[in-house]
Ligand binder design. Sequence first.
Ligand SMILES: [Zn+2]
Length: 219
Amino acid sequence: MKAVILLSGGLDSATVLAIARSEGYECRCLSIDYGQRHRAELSAAERVAKSLGAHEHRVVKLDLATFGGSALTDRNIAVPVEGVKNGIPVTYVPARNALFLCHALAWAEVLESSHIFIGVNALDYSGYPDCRPEFIEAYERMANLATKAGVEGRTRVKIHTPLLHLTKAGIVKLGRELGLDFGLTFSCYDPGADGRACGQCDACQLRRKGFDEAGIEDR
Ligand SMILES: [Zn+2]
């Protein structure tokens, strides 16, 4: 069975790909080049897709820097290093997951696939509204009204969110069980010119917390 996997190149989406593969899906990976300052994740996505034997990996270009409004797409907004606080942080990218899912949905329709995988997580996350289960449920309902394949009954889109209720440590443990090489993944929002993770941003902190709690070393 074909599935479209949204693959950023980070720890979570790489684990999602490993899960989909272990469930026997023929995995078509989709990465989005949206003008993110951490473009290093795109080469990580390529490495991960190759390493996990994805059937295909495509990159769609989407210029969200045109709108800005996020520390990840606007160089004038700094990536915060003071840790995860209450409220929605400036690293939130306006409507990102809605936009990503639209692209996954379009490809799934062409493939006549009913399965889309996305690595959203409602526990150890940064407070992004488009990572919540209610968003995913509503999107899935919409998706089945939005496509020709859906209306004609050839597909019945299901959005798989296998990480939704896992902690970061749980994700790390699961990734390891599935044989994921974490060294291929990349999580930092604000890497240095040398491409190394900053160690301070939300993404770096969450990643470190996950590995610490799982008792696993992050190379
Ligand atoms: Zn970082």
